[in-house]
Design a protein around this ligand. Structure first.
Ligand SMILES: [Mg+2]
Length: 369
């Protein structure tokens, strides 16, 4: 049994090593919350909010996560837990706010695994601690900068490249990349940059042997994605469209995609992600864990999820050195030859670096449970 005694919310501001640019937003720093829960025996678990500070990706922001966690989610921690899955059952009375829920639920899973003295990935059902990872490359000022970034990622041994595209640069850039890197596993992420009127344009991507095209249309356009997938050989991957199990069922029923990117924060945490995993496996929908420029805790949790057998495409959680001068873990998450090997220690498996937390901290709040 887990009885939560205390919740502490740490607000951190972490500058990215390199600003990350997509077609609508430039992210220079991550303004995020870490949730620390302590149980009746002093076992401590950590969760991370992956929300951005403005609502360009989903409706949630750093501020909304803070408000929901300290106002509503804390009330769900009063009664003891036999299992962390009970959290999302209790949290269903609060509509959406998935990133806030995932942050608190993540800390509960960490405590649960630590109490069992098992690595979190094994508690989730993962067998193999080795996770293939790829890199996401944001938009650059010039095509040469993009080609250089891909060349460096290839040298570092990464298993696939994901590129942010817009209508302005897409085909020109793909042609150049394919000339220089004909065999590199490559995918495009449009973050909804296209509409159904661009369908003939998007179909041209079929010439370039892409692993997938991610979120070509608006997140709510399940129907238009279906029309596109019908006409496109390249698999469509849905990212921003998928918040709930019902969204997955809609996508499967309409055949709107062949692949789904699962982000723990976007789907409300591990319990929902596990249900989505099982449903997608049953329907032969490919899976991978998408990235949210996570700090160490969020990165370790996504990697734990990525050990499940349905996650057959390389994960977005590249080595932490691509993102931060100094992460918030005592031991850096390192990718070697495009692979991250998860530690065998209990819980998320990485020690949280309290000095790094203090360094990045701009606020700290102890919330009475
Ligand atoms: Mg995406």
């Amino acid at each position: 049994m887990i009885k939560i005694k205390q919740m502490t919310l740490y607000r951190l501001r972490m500058p990215l090593r390199t600003p990350f640019l997509n077609w609508r937003e430039q992210v220079k720093e991550k303004d995020l919350y870490i949730c620390e829960l302590v149980d009746q025996d002093g076992v401590t678990g950590y969760g991370e909010s992956v929300a951005f500070d403005s609502p360009w990706y989903t409706e949630e922001t750093t501020e909304t996560v803070h408000y929901i966690a300290k106002t509503y989610l804390k009330q769900l921690l009063k009664e003891p837990f036999l299992h962390p899955s009970e959290f999302i059952e209790r949290a269903n009375v609060i509509k959406r706010n998935h990133m806030a829920k995932a942050m608190v639920e993540g800390a509960l899973w960490d405590i649960f695994a630590k109490r069992l003295e098992m690595p979190l990935y094994q508690v989730l059902g993962g067998k193999n601690p080795k996770v293939n990872v790829g890199v996401a490359i944001g938009m650059k000022q010039t095509d040469d900068e993009t080609l250089d970034a891909i060349g460096q990622a290839e040298k570092d041994g990464y298993k696939r490249i994901k590129l942010k595209v817009s209508k302005k640069n897409d085909l020109r850039l793909i042609k150049k990349i394919r000339t220089k890197f004909p065999m590199m596993p490559l995918m495009m992420d449009a973050n909804g940059a296209y509409t159904i009127h661009d369908i003939e344009h998007v179909k041209k991507f079929d010439h370039y042997n892409l692993l997938m095209i991610e979120q070509p249309f608006h997140p709510e356009d399940f129907v238009d994605h279906k029309y596109l997938q019908e006409q496109l050989h390249t698999p469509v991957c849905l990212d921003e469209s998928i918040h709930t199990i019902q969204d997955v069922r809609t996508a499967i029923a309409l055949e709107s995609c062949r692949i789904i990117s699962v982000k723990l924060g976007r789907v409300g945490g591990f319990r929902n992600a596990l249900t989505i995993h099982d449903l997608c496996q049953k329907h032969q929908i490919g899976l991978w864990t998408g990235g949210m420029l996570e700090a160490g805790i969020g990165r370790a949790q996504s990697l734990a999820l990525a050990t499940l057998p349905g996650f057959t495409y390389p994960a977005d959680q590249a080595g932490a050195d691509r993102y931060w001068e100094k992460d918030i873990l005592s031991e850096e998450i390192i990718a070697e030859n495009g692979m991250i090997t998860l530690p065998q220690r209990p819980g998320i498996g990485y020690e949280v670096d309290k000095a790094a937390i203090a360094y990045y901290q701009i606020d700290r709040e102890i919330v009475k449970v």
